[in-house]
Design a protein around this ligand. Structure first.
Ligand SMILES: [Zn+2]
Length: 303
């Protein structure tokens, strides 16, 4: 394996074994922050970004690629490190193994599916890896002198996982602690799972917490918990806003038009789909909690 590239300007060393390859524009989408772990036996890269591909490789020969989940921005290196094994949680295997499987994860059909599939191949270097291997919660990779443990944190996707690396590093992936808040707008997303994952991760002890996007490296548990609590608070805030809107009876389509996740001016192709799925999940939560009722077919109102 010869794809060794100089990352001196954008590689941040956290421990003797662990470094972050900071993606273009500080890891902002479409790029991201990839984690490199060098053991005495093997080296792995977690979530090789488009920047890893555009720079022509990693600073070390990579024996295995580990994907935190099957979203386009986390897998550009899967088709680049062709000699390396690919590992991903069992539940997200279809997205790594085939393009069709990935489109099912997003829940797209028709023209948007075809358009996005094309974009993922052209802009995100997507290459199917039918040989990708599944892992489960608690799986440990012993790289020699350093261990990586998978922590299943579903909600963003079914298989979304974080990674606990010995020496005090935790990779949060798309529990990205941004002001936007948790993203649970795909067919393979789940609000209840996401919230359970946020509660679970709050106990995580580390020196460094790394998100794939934007925030990047967070130092110290206190800062992490502050950011996590702010991120988590977006869920009840969305819920309260929807409850207020449903003071009058409304359909889910009317909630989509009103916008609770994206701002009204956002013209993202998938915004309406995301709004729809999020509204439906929050309504399910309201029905379960007895906060709202279906007062006529397809019409919801707070009780
Ligand atoms: Zn994602």
């Amino acid at each position: 394996m010869s794809q060794i590239t100089d990352w001196a300007d954008a590689e941040r060393h956290l421990t003797d074994h662990v470094s972050v390859l900071v993606g273009d524009d500080n890891g902002k989408y479409p790029s991201g922050n990839s984690l490199v772990i060098r053991g005495d036996g093997e080296a792995v890269i977690i979530d090789p970004s488009v920047s890893v591909v555009s720079r022509g490789g990693a600073p070390v020969a990579v024996d295995a690629v580990i994907n935190s989940h099957s979203h386009e921005d986390h897998m550009p290196g899967n088709g680049f490190f062709t000699d390396a094994r690919v590992h991903i949680h069992h539940d997200d295997l279809p997205g790594a193994r085939s393009l069709d499987g990935l489109m099912d994860v997003y829940g797209l059909s028709g023209e948007p599916r075809d358009d996005f599939a094309k974009q993922i191949v052209e802009e995100f270097n997507y290459s199917p890896r039918p040989d990708a291997e599944g892992f489960s919660d608690g799986h440990v990779w012993d790289l020699g002198g350093v261990q990586v443990e998978a922590v299943h944190l579903p909600g963003h996707t079914r298989g979304h996982s974080g990674f606990r690396v010995s020496g005090g590093v935790f990779f949060l992936s798309d529990i990205d602690l941004t002001g936007f808040g948790p993203y649970y707008g795909d067919v393979w997303s789940d609000l209840e799972d996401f919230e359970r994952s946020l509660i679970q991760i709050r106990d995580e002890e580390a020196e460094y917490y790394v998100t794939f996007h934007h925030k990047g490296v967070i130092e110290g548990r206190e800062t992490f918990v502050d950011l996590l609590d702010g991120f988590h608070a977006v869920i009840p805030r969305r819920h309260e806003a929807m409850l207020a809107f449903l003071g009058e009876p409304h359909t889910i389509d009317e909630m989509v038009t009103h916008r609770f996740v994206y701002r009204p001016h956002v013209q993202h192709v998938f915004a309406d789909n995301v709004e729809y799925r999020c509204a439906a999940m929050h309504i399910q939560r309201m029905l379960t909690r007895g906060e709202a009722a279906e007062v006529a077919p397809g019409l919801f109102q707070t009780t």
